[in-house]
Design a protein around this ligand. Structure first.
Ligand code: AMP
Length: 418
């Protein structure tokens, strides 16, 4: 028997209310902050992601779904949202618009990850990007959106971790200091960290191995080595977060998994769990648009994983609005009754009333059982007698009573029962 591919899931009807709830919160939050929706294709040129994330990142090295199409072009299923949005910003000349351009997306994301709870090979992300402004008020706004978004869903016990990893002016000097420190500990590093020391030293700081964590704890901190401009930017950001009353923890080991970040990086996590369950994160990426062939353009953004949000909604017993109940199920007995049922269903639907009609040749008992399973508010029963009289027997599925209603009065009767 076929199964969904490893690391992918079906979102079944009973799960959908959670998705609608999150989608509604996304629509609301983006509206009140003035972000406009963008949808980009599901795949892009492979090199777009290679250039953005960085050659020695996990995403590029291990996680991309890359394939050649029939024309011999190398394409990759989106492993993250930001590069595609930046590509669209450049392609559509959005630098001509008033800056910053504020965009959001909801998109499937594909990563060849090790599947486990909250980690899938296809998942969905909601992301916001503000492109074209280096003001720390933008960093604060992006963090504010993420924070208020989780709060608006009712999520409690979340924490914001914040760091600044400097810019292309001050980071090289910091990386040298970091490498010097790590070289002294090289013998005690895990195999991955030995490679990171050569290829991607910033990622040494967020290694999850216990032995490396002790070393990382005592490592030189980027915030001590910021240039005056980055330092002032970070101070302003903290001031604005204070004004917005958003609590944060400075985490010197927070670096994020992608190379394009500059200055601000942040993550939002459930308080009772470690970094594996991060709800969302983001930061500033002032060099990315230029790296992708655009004019030098500062930008900041974040992405939130929707499956993880839903896991946490369930964990915290947050109830979500159920899908509206089916208003009426039409049960019928006999050929003539079937004709009447088809006409009645069409008339009710024209008036916006939700209807499921019985099909096939089932007993009344089986039809009522079906109405029950579907959660119908009413069942309209049409048998020989009802056909003759031009009526239906309307059964209230919740209360149990029933009454005879003229077919022509059905729309009014059901509309008033809403
Ligand atoms: P990242 O771009 O890795 O920071 O991802 C942004 C957010 O997407 C994370 O904070 C998670 O909530 C979510 N996420 C990332 N990878 C996965 C995955 N493999 N499965 C489910 N959610 C994920």
């Amino acid at each position: 028997m076929y199964q969904a591919a490893r690391g992918t899931t079906d979102i079944l009807p009973e799960e959908q209310p959670y998705w609608r709830f999150v989608e509604k919160a996304i629509a609301d939050i983006t509206r009140i902050y003035g972000y406009k929706r963008i949808d980009t294709p599901i795949f892009e040129d492979t090199s777009l992601f290679q250039r953005s994330a960085g050659e020695f990142t996990d995403i590029v090295q291990k996680e991309m779904y890359t394939f050649d199409d029939r024309g011999g072009n190398s394409l990759t299923l989106k492993p993250e949202g930001t590069p595609a949005v930046c590509r669209a910003y450049i392609q559509h000349g959005m630098h001509n618009l008033p800056q910053p351009v504020k965009l959001y997306y909801v998109s499937p994301i594909f990563r060849y990850d090790r599947p486990q709870a909250g980690r899938y090979r296809q998942h969905y992300q909601f992301g916001c990007e503000a492109i074209g402004d280096d003001d720390p008020a933008i960093d604060a706004e992006v963090i504010d959106i993420a924070w208020r978004f989780y709060k608006s869903l009712g999520l409690a016990n979340i924490s914001l971790q914040l760091n600044s990893i400097g810019c292309k002016e001050c980071r090289p000097a910091y990386l040298n200091i970091l490498k010097k420190y790590y070289n002294k500990h090289a013998n005690n590093l895990c195999a991955d960290c030995k490679t990171r020391l050569e290829k991607n030293p910033l990622r040494l700081l967020d290694c999850k191995q216990a032995s490396c964590q002790n070393i990382a704890e005592k490592a030189p901190q980027s915030t001590d080595k910021l240039c005056p401009a980055c330092s002032a930017h970070f101070d302003q950001l903290q001031k604005y977060l204070g004004l917005l009353e958003i609590p944060f923890i400075i985490n010197h080991r927070l670096v994020r998994g992608l190379d394009y970040y500059t200055r601000t990086v942040f993550e939002i996590q459930p308080e009772d769990e470690g970094g594996q369950s991060t709800l969302g994160g983001g930061g500033r990426f002032d060099g990315l648009i230029e790296e992708l062939g655009g004019k030098p353009t500062p930008a900041a953004g974040f992405a939130a994983g929707i499956e993880r949000i839903i896991l946490n909604l369930k964990k915290q017993n947050i109830s979500v609005p159920m899908a509206p109940a089916l208003q009426v199920f039409i049960a019928c007995l006999g050929e003539k009754a079937r004709d009447e049922a088809i006409k009645l269903a069409a008339g009710l639907r024209k008036n916006g009333i939700s209807v499921v009609s019985a099909t096939g040749d089932k007993s009344l008992k089986a039809q009522l059982r079906q109405a029950n399973t579907l959660g119908a508010r009413y069942t309209a029963i049409i048998g020989e007698e009802e056909v003759k009289a031009g009526t239906v027997t309307l059964r209230d599925m919740a209360e149990g009573g029933q009454e005879s209603v003229d077919v022509k009065d059905m729309t009014g009767r059901l509309a008033s029962s809403q």
